[in-house]
Design a protein around this ligand. Structure first.
Ligand code: BG6
Ligand code: MG
Length: 226
């Protein structure tokens, strides 16, 4: 039974990867190496400090903990200048309609994000207050693929993990959902997200009926084939 849906933020509700890319690329350039779009793919779903570790590995550079903290802070300062300018128009197609349908159907909704900037983003896109629970990088200690973010979301909603469905665009996020014992809908490329129960390109035209049908949950509509 589906009692709750848990949404990742970056890449599921909004496309912030392009802003993360600009900010990480600027840091890499300052450090004297190139950071490509393909490199950026490796950072999806990964926490800020783990992203920095990957970036420095690409550049073949090593720094002290204090230096790394300062770099992450600098990257974030630039990133924030972009997300501060976000508007509700940047919500990905079909998301508002699907969230509304879940609410109408009585299915709880939570945000389960690695980002420490989630409240600013939700505020800018005017989705603050829409979620029954918001668990983000400020409320967890373990990064995806650790299931902490999703288990905490389920706990805060008062729903058992097996009754939650996670929506994720990153491999680390799909693994985190699996590790939490939850079902998972991938957003993006079916080959990349092969560990998901099924994958959709986005929420445009996606409905609760399609969700239940794809997960093999019977509804009256599915039974009579409407
Ligand atoms: C994830 C993004 O949602 O949040 C990652 O996919 C990002 O790319 C991570 O590094 C942490 O985000 P923030 O906003 O706390 O730097
Ligand atoms: Mg994501």
């Amino acid at each position: 039974m589906i009692e709750a849906c848990i949404f990742d933020l970056d890449g599921v509700i909004v496309d912030t990867a392009k802003y993360h890319f600009i900010a990480w690329k600027a840091l890499a350039e300052e450090l004297g190496f190139e950071f490509t779009n393909a490199d950026n793919e490796r950072l999806k779903g990964v926490s800020r400090m783990s992203s920095l570790e990957i970036l420095l590995e690409i550049g073949g550079l090593q720094f002290s903990e204090a230096e790394k903290l300062a770099m992450a802070e600098k990257k974030n300062t630039l990133y924030v200048t972009y997300i501060e300018e976000m508007t509700p128009e940047e919500i990905l197609p079909g998301v508002p309609q699907f969230l509304q349908e879940l609410r109408n159907t009585g299915i709880k909704i939570a945000l389960g994000s690695a980002s420490k900037n989630s409240s600013m983003i939700l505020d800018r896109i005017q989705l603050s207050g829409v979620f029954d629970a918001v668990v983000d990088g400020n409320s967890i200690t373990e990064a995806k693929p650790n299931p902490e973010v999703f288990l905490k979301s389920a706990e805060w909603l008062g729903v058992l993990p097996e009754n939650c469905v996670v929506f994720e665009d990153a491999i680390a996020g799909v693994e985190a959902a699996r590790n939490a014992g939850m079902r998972c809908v991938g957003i993006g490329d079916p080959e990349t997200l092969e560990m998901a129960d099924f994958v959709i390109p986005g929420f445009d035209g996606f409905t609760v009926r399609k969700l239940k049908g794809a997960l093999g949950e019977s509804t009256i509509e599915n039974q009579i084939g409407t």
